[in-house]
Design a protein around this ligand. Structure first.
Ligand SMILES: NC(=O)c1ccc[n+]([C@@H]2O[C@H](COP(=O)([O-])OP(=O)(O)OC[C@H]3O[C@@H](n4cnc5c(N)ncnc54)[C@H](O)[C@@H]3O)[C@@H](O)[C@H]2O)c1
Length: 438
């Protein structure tokens, strides 16, 4: 990468175009014996299998267990790993089998969101390092408990926001944090894509291959609905945070990274609703959010984070389906989600651009290095909490139609009982996975 000075020198004459090559697979030298860390995966759905496929041919891990409450998915995941790794993992339905096994060093969690913090805290309490998918929490309180679990147990908790380990994003941050667009006062994140209608369905019997009681876990008891499981649970209050907590949280995390804030905002206001879909989903399909950070909490400058969501759009925004804009006093940077960016100076002069692929493998590598050598995590629990927390606060503001004055030190909403109640959630009474302190 050019130094900032030489970079600026280059850009005087013309816009620089860079393409980042895909990272080469990490190969062990033929002579070196690589210690394979025994690991496990909880949640073998779309994302879980994506993790498995990226993990099973690494020389530095041994996938010992796969875990799912869906017997079909479990069997399929075990077969995939056996073929890729050369030996089969043990398939289990109940994560406690993994947590009881003292040889397991780390657990990847790609369950629905209502299991993220409960599962991760259980694993951390059992001394396991945890890679937990985004959003790392179901609500603000859980996010804080996750951060505390990492510190208390002295374990590494990496959140699945792989932009943090993707070269193009890191290069963009180097420009932003090096002053390329001046003081960044506003960062925008958007989620603009085409989702499907979930329809209206009555409750039904869960399929025989699914342990629906274990799927619900610590969430309140509820009938089974075929348009929630799998994958569409994210559009329902008890299991997810809508598309803002799904895809939006990636871009919100990048916005926060650019703004260099490490806490939740001081004020949040949001509007949203279902403007398009006539179906069972509970969260908005259309949403607009503004968060403000006090200067004292954001490196000496008051800053804003804006989020826009329209999940019924068969077209892109600013050239990118999902993305970010960083507005500085000297220029701006427009970024597509993990695919590239363009840096503009005064009067929209294009100064530099870069493209490159998303790199989940490096995110795994960073996590494994943190476990082995204490290297700094790229997406630690705190980063996951402050990104997910924006989604949760914005969703509270949207649901109540209120501007929230949030105490970002105590993470409370003083004198606001209705909103305070939504900082956490109801759990199934006495369920074994309910985190302490919720
Ligand atoms: N980082 C990314 O880019 C990215 C992309 C997609 C999804 N995700 C995240 O991955 C997670 C999973 O998403 P998905 O689309 O694969 O959902 P999914 O519903 O397809 O998969 C979740 C799996 O978890 C299983 N599960 C549920 N409860 C379980 C339990 N108690 N124990 C074991 N398994 C259990 C389900 O049976 C299912 O197979 C979500 O949190 C999502 O936000 C991340």
């Amino acid at each position: 990468m050019p130094s900032r000075r030489s970079f600026l020198g280059q850009t005087v004459a013309s816009a620089a175009t860079l393409t980042v090559a895909p990272a080469l697979p990490a190969m062990a030298p033929a002579s070196a014996a690589v210690e394979r860390l025994p690991i496990a995966l909880m949640g073998c759905g779309g994302m879980g299998v994506h993790h498995l496929k990226n993990l099973m041919n690494r020389p530095d891990v041994d996938i010992r267990y796969v875990c799912d409450v869906d017997a079909n998915r479990l069997a399929s995941a075990a077969r995939i790993v056996e073929a890729g790794q050369g030996h089969a993992p043990t398939p289990v339905k109940d994560v406690r089998r993994i947590l009881d096994d003292k040889t397991i060093v780390a657990v990847w969690m790609a369950t629905p969101d209502h299991w993220h913090t409960p599962g991760a805290v259980l694993a951390a309490n059992a001394g396991k390092h945890v890679y937990v998918e985004k959003p790392c929490s179901h609500n603000v309180r859980e996010g804080r408990l996750l951060v505390e679990a990492a510190t208390r147990n002295k374990v590494q908790i990496q959140v699945g926001t792989q932009a943090r380990s993707t070269k193009t994003c890191q290069e963009a941050m180097a420009r932003l944090h090096g002053g390329a667009i001046g003081d960044i006062l506003v960062a925008k994140a958007w989620n603009s894509q085409k989702r499907r209608n979930l329809g209206h369905v009555p409750p039904s019997q869960p399929p025989a291959y699914l342990d629906y009681d274990l799927w619900l876990g610590p969430a309140p008891e509820a009938p089974f609905y075929a348009n929630r499981v799998p994958a569409r649970w994210r559009y329902f209050f008890d299991y997810g945070a809508g598309d803002m907590g799904n895809d939006g949280v990636h871009n919100i995390d990048v916005a926060i990274w650019g703004l260099q804030v490490d806490r939740l905002p001081d004020r949040v206001t949001a509007l949203g609703g279902k403007l398009h879909f006539d179906d069972d989903q509970q969260w908005p399909d259309t949403q607009y959010v503004v968060c403000e950070y006090n200067a004292a909490h954001a490196g000496g400058l008051a800053r804003q984070l804006i989020y826009e969501q329209r999940i019924w759009s068969p077209y892109v925004q600013e050239g990118y389906e999902n993305g970010n804009a960083f507005y500085g006093t000297k220029g701006c940077l427009i970024m597509g989600h993990t695919i590239g960016w363009k840096l503009y100076g005064e009067r929209n002069k294009l100064l530099e651009e870069m493209t490159g692929p998303v790199d989940i493998r490096s995110h795994h590598t960073n996590f494994l290095e943190a476990i082995r050598s204490g290297a700094a995590l790229n997406a630690p629990a705190l980063a996951g909490h402050v990104a997910a927390g924006v989604c949760h606060l914005a969703n509270i503001s949207t649901r109540l139609g209120q501007t929230l004055r949030f105490d970002s030190t105590t993470e409370t909403l003083p004198q606001n009982e209705p909103a305070s109640a939504l900082l956490k959630r109801a759990y199934r009474p006495g369920h074994w996975a309910t985190p302490k302190g919720v």
